[in-house]
Write a protein that binds this ligand. Structure first.
Ligand code: PEP
Ligand code: MN
Length: 361
């Protein structure tokens, strides 16, 4: 679907900065956080009013009364405010209290019923909406949510990358999988994109690096959870930082420009990119040749009644490649993902040969 978005922030300066507590807990805590941020470069004050929690029984948000606190933040500090909406009813309440921007959480984006309910409540309204990625790494689901909100007539739409749920070992709370937001931006270049480093990291010590990474990938801004006493926070204590620490974080962010007019720089970059293109081409040629050999092996196995997968052989290939890759400065994660993809393609080729199928069928 063809979509033309309007910018949410009228300014061209980057980054756009969104900060505030994970949850509004008390009026004092909200006001104290807002005062700590009011003299910083903050474009939008965030606070969760209705909190979706993984399991029942923990703090689930203060609900509608907290909206009056956000109104007070606006009146006393001049900061614009945003909160998460997960139902049509939340949209009505938020609009009634003059909330400036709404956001859809990861647990909402994942569910088209909820997204549609919110879209229906938004029809005819004029309010910017930020859409977080779904919990699972499904770009179509993310785009689907954007389309539903767009269909309701909202044009000021932005997205928030908050990482993806992952069952394996990782230092992140939600792994970034940067390729997914990068692909979204490739398809919709005028969509403003914010990095929620707090929910990606889940811990304070990684926040700076992830925020910087997002700047280096030309994200438009960051959303970070800030609390006056993080350790005492009623939700997401491990990832929140004080207003003072937040000031340091933003002051250390380096914003590099996406392009330059310097002819020498452009010429060098063009040359290096040419080299990359050639190498990519070479890699594809080699992979094509590799698959032709897989086809031959498939034929051979077929004639001899041998199954496709020999587990021991596969383990050996993987181990050797990881070791060789490490010697060339390639991470284990990258080499194993690459090899798995190559191996799967080989299996598909052999399957096709053995069962006389089309490879792309
Ligand atoms: C939040 O922003 O506090 C939140 C609940 O985030 P997410 O929807 O990304 O889990
Ligand atoms: Mn949170």
């Amino acid at each position: 679907m063809e979509m033309t978005f309007e910018p949410i922030w009228g300014k061209t300066e980057r980054p756009i900065v969104i900060a505030g507590p994970c949850s509004a807990e008390t009026e004092e805590q909200v006001m104290e956080t807002a005062r700590g941020l009011a003299d910083q470069k903050v474009d939008l004050f965030r606070a969760g009013i209705w909190k979706p929690r993984t399991r029942p029984g923990s703090f689930e948000g203060v609900g509608a009364p907290g909206l009056a606190w956000l109104k007070r933040v606006k009146e006393e500090t001049g900061l614009k405010v945003t909160t998460e909406v997960a139902k049509g009813e939340h949209v009505f309440e938020a609009l009634k209290h003059g909330i400036d921007v709404l956001w859809l959480g990861a647990r909402t984006t994942v569910n088209p019923f909820s997204v549609q309910e919110i879209a229906d409540a938004l029809r005819g309204m004029d309010i910017p909406v930020l859409i977080k990625n779904p919990i699972n790494p499904d770009l179509k689901l993310w785009i689907g949510a954007i389309e539903r909100i767009y269909d309701a007539g909202i044009r000021k739409i932005g997205v928030i990358h908050r990482g993806f749920s992952f069952a394996g070992e990782t230092k992140y709370r939600n792994i970034p999988r940067w390729q997914i937001p990068i692909e979204l931006k490739r398809q919709f270049p005028n969509l403003e994109i914010i990095c929620d480093n707090s929910h990606i990291c889940g811990r304070r010590d990684l926040l700076q690096d992830v925020a910087q990474q997002s700047m280096d990938l030309n994200f438009d801004g960051i959303m970070t959870e800030v609390h006056p006493r993080p350790d005492e926070a009623w939700s997401d204590a491990a990832q929140q930082i004080t207003p003072g620490r937040f000031r340091e974080l933003t002051s250390h962010l380096v914003r590099r420009t996406p392009t330059s007019n310097d002819m020498e720089f452009l010429a060098n970059l063009h040359h290096l990119r040419g080299e990359i293109d050639e190498l990519d081409n070479e890699v594809l040629n080699l992979l094509g040749q590799r698959m032709k050999i897989a086809d031959k092996i498939g034929e051979y196995k077929k004639h001899n009644g041998i199954s496709i997968l020999q587990a021991a052989r596969w383990s050996e290939i993987l181990d050797q490649a990881v070791a060789k890759g490490a010697a060339k400065g390639l991470s284990e994660d990258f080499v194993s993902q690459l090899l798995r993809a190559v191996h799967q393609e080989s299996i598909n080729h052999q399957e096709a040969v053995m069962n006389s199928k089309e490879i792309n069928a």
